[in-house]
Design a protein around this ligand. Structure first.
Ligand SMILES: Nc1ncnc2c1ncn2[C@@H]1O[C@H](COP(=O)(O)OP(=O)(O)OP(=O)(O)O)[C@@H](O)[C@H]1O
Length: 266
C-alpha cells in the first residue's frame, strides 16, 4: 500500500526530555489511524513533526513524496498549506468571519481566490449546506468543528491530521463528527491521522498506534473500544522489558490484529 506519511528514526528532544525516541512508522493512503498513549508519551509531538509544524532533531519525515527535513521555512509553509490539513480540539475558527469565509481562508493564504462553488461544496460535504453565512458564535460546537474540517479539506490535502477533534464535544456530537471523518476515509479515500485519549473514538480508526515514552509501543488493527481500553489498562505490561511477556501479559484476551512493535516500524 502507498504510504502518504512516513517517519524514519525520528527523534525530538526538548531540553532533557526526549519526546520522540527513534520513531519509525508509516501511514497508508486512504487509512484512518488513531494515535494513543499516556499523557506525555509524545502523541502531539509525533503529529507536529509529521505535519511539518515542528522539526525533528534527527531522522526523516516524508509527506506525499516530499522529504520535509531540510526544507526551507517558505517551502515547508507552502507544503503545509497545499498538502496538509489540520483540525484541533478548539476548532480555531476566526469569530468575525462567516463559515464560508473561514473555509475560504486557506485558499486565500495560498494566494488563490476562493471559488464560491468550491467553498460551498466543502461545507455541503460536512453537512452544513445553508449555514454558509453563519458566524462561529451562531453555530453549535459540532457545527463549528465541521466548519474547521471543511476548512482543512478545502485544499484537498494529501493527509488530514486531527488532534483530539472531539475533545470539546459532547459524546453524541463527537460520534457524529467521528462518523463523518470515517465516511471521508471510506468514500473520498482521505488519509486521516488522529490523536485521541478516547477508546471509543479510536474504535472508528482502521488502526491504533500506541506510544509510550516517545516510542511506538504497539498497534492494534480493526480496533474495538474494548480492545483499546484493554491495552490502555495494562500499559506497563504491554511495554515491559520482556518482548515475549509483553504480548502475553499486556494483551490477554485482546484477540487478533494485535502487534507489539516496541519501536519498530508499523
Ligand atoms: N515545547 C515543548 N517544550 C518542552 N517540552 C515539551 C514541549 N512539547 C512537548 N514537551 C514534552 O515532551 C513530552 C511529550 O509531549 P507531547 O505533548 O507530545 O505528549 P502527549 O502524548 O501529546 O501528551 P498529552 O496527552 O498530555 O497531550 C512531554 O514530556 C512534554 O512535556
Amino acid at each position: 500500500m502507498d504510504e502518504v506519511v512516513r517517519l524514519w528514526s525520528v527523534r525530538r528532544r526538548y531540553g532533557a526530555v526526549t519526546a520522540l525516541d527513534d520513531v519509525t512508522i508509516g501511514f497508508g493512503a486512504g487509512t484512518f489511524t488513531a494515535i494513543m498513549g499516556p499523557s506525555g508519551s509524545g502523541k502531539s509531538t509525533l503529529l507536529q513533526c509529521a505535519a511539518g509544524l515542528d522539526r525533528p532533531d534527527a531522522g526523516r519525515v516524508e509527506v506525499a513524496g516530499v522529504t520535509l527535513t531540510g526544507l526551507s521555512e517558505g517551502r515547508l509553509t507552502r507544503l503545509r498549506r497545499e498538502r496538509i490539513g489540520f483540525v484541533f480540539q478548539a476548532f480555531n475558527l476566526l469569530p468575525t468571519l462567516t463559515a464560508e469565509q473561514n473555509v475560504g481562508l486557506p485558499l486565500r493564504l495560498a494566494g488563490r481566490r476562493p471559488d464560491r462553488a468550491t467553498v460551498r461544496r466543502a461545507l455541503a460535504d460536512v453537512g452544513l449546506a445553508g449555514r454558509e453565512r453563519h458566524r462561529p458564535g451562531a453555530l453549535s460546537g459540532g457545527q463549528q468543528q465541521r466548519v474547521a474540517i471543511a476548512r482543512a479539506l478545502v485544499t484537498e490535502p494529501a493527509v488530514l491530521f486531527a488532534d483530539e477533534p472531539t475533545g470539546a464535544l459532547d459524546r453524541a456530537t463527537g460520534h457524529e463528527v467521528l462518523g463523518m471523518l470515517r465516511r471521508l476515509v471510506d468514500t473520498a479515500g482521505q488519509t486521516l491521522i488522529m490523536v485521541t485519549h478516547d477508546p471509543v473514538a479510536a474504535g472508528y480508526a482502521d488502526r491504533v498506534v500506541f506510544l509510550a515514552d516517545g516510542r511506538v509501543a504497539g498497534r492494534l488493527d480493526r480496533p474495538t473500544p474494548e480492545q483499546v481500553a484493554a491495552w490502555l489498562a495494562a500499559p506497563t505490561a504491554a511495554t515491559g522489558p520482556d518482548p515475549a511477556g509483553r504480548g502475553a501479559q499486556g494483551l490477554g484476551g485482546v484477540g487478533h490484529g494485535v502487534d507489539v512493535a516496541g519501536g519498530a516500524a508499523c
